[in-house]
Design a protein around this ligand. Sequence first.
Ligand code: FAD
Length: 379
Amino acid sequence: MDFTLTDEQQAIQESARRFALDRLKPFYRAREQARAIEREIAREMGRLGFLGIELPERFGGLGTDCVTSGLLIEQLAYGDFNVAYLNLLVSLCGHIIAHHAAPEVTAEWLAPIVAGEKFVAIALTEPHAGSDAARLRLKAERSGHEYVLSGEKASISFATQADVAVVFARTGREDEGAKGISAFLVPMDAAGISRTVGDDLGTRAIGRGSIFFDGVRIPSGYLLGAEGRGFAQVMQGFDYSRALIGLQCLAAARASLDETWPYAAERRAFGKPLSDFQGVSFPLAEAETHYQAARWQCLRTLWLKDQGQPHTAEAAMCKWWAPKLAGEIIQQCLLTHGHGGYGSDYPFEQRFRDVLGLQIGDGTAQIMKMVIARQMTPG
Ligand SMILES: Cc1cc2nc3c(=O)[nH]c(=O)nc-3n(C[C@H](O)[C@H](O)[C@H](O)COP(=O)(O)OP(=O)(O)OC[C@H]3O[C@@H](n4cnc5c(N)ncnc54)[C@H](O)[C@@H]3O)c2cc1C
């Protein structure tokens, strides 16, 4: 076992760290208030090679391994958890587009997505079907050289900011379940699309909302992969995004711990620094222990992916554990800051609200445990 990072990985980490501290961290709260990610920040990230870094160079990426993509997202999320959603979605959707879109569709869309010019969303969930996504109803009917999409997607990150979305729709019968589902790339300015955004507890810079499809016509060439294969395609992608989500959440916990240790050493109570009290320092020491274990779990999962080895159960472990743990660590850091931690002068309350969403998004803990149990049960 060799945990050493390559020179290239260290260089990417360092430049992402500088960018996160200079360009992301100071504006974390402002982005929440603006309820948007600045387009210029995304373009800067594109120019720096920070989006879809693991995609082959012909698609605008740098062709790195997935571990490097994980190291990158954790640096960016350290600065701003919400901006790191761009990494997550470009990596998840970028892979689907790169592997399954027609060459002319890839040429038109993937380069601007990786360049940070266009925002991409993934639209799977519907009002009646989240965990049980194979029951989705949004219809895509073939009409000559087009498909006509009708229905509703709900709970979609970047619902109103996205320029294009990977949309899952039913091309087969409802009783076919997952087999009747196909994936499409749908430009969000297509006629018949309307969008709304909700008022969430956190991740307000992203905006989670609904996309309505009212007879939306798209060229048949915008089908991604084979008809009826859409569900299998997205499930493979989730094994990757789940490890990235783990690192994204843990980075918010890391930033909170890095701010809390010096605070505990400086702040005094009963004539001593807070850190002299084991009641203060032991919960932080436990947090460090759990943080390390979860982080290595995520990186190892990405390493398994890079080696072409199965990693479905490992990815599900990252997804249920890391967001929950991150929330607990951030809460502990908030409490260590006393009354100040509860207010908006410190970033803990925002981080706490933001990471909570990813205990649900991309699959809940119960669903992840079902995935793990299915993988571990013999037969
Ligand atoms: C912050 C955030 C971002 C999101 N972004 C996106 C996005 O970009 N694109 C997208 O398509 N979707 C997105 N979602 C939706 C998300 O994927 C779904 O909310 C999630 O899969 C759960 O589905 P549901 O909300 O319908 O809950 P339900 O499926 O109705 O489940 C409700 C509760 O019951 C539990 N439950 C359900 N079935 C079982 C079972 N068999 N055993 C035990 N417990 C069970 C669940 O764990 C959950 O606690 C996002 C959600 C959030 C909160």
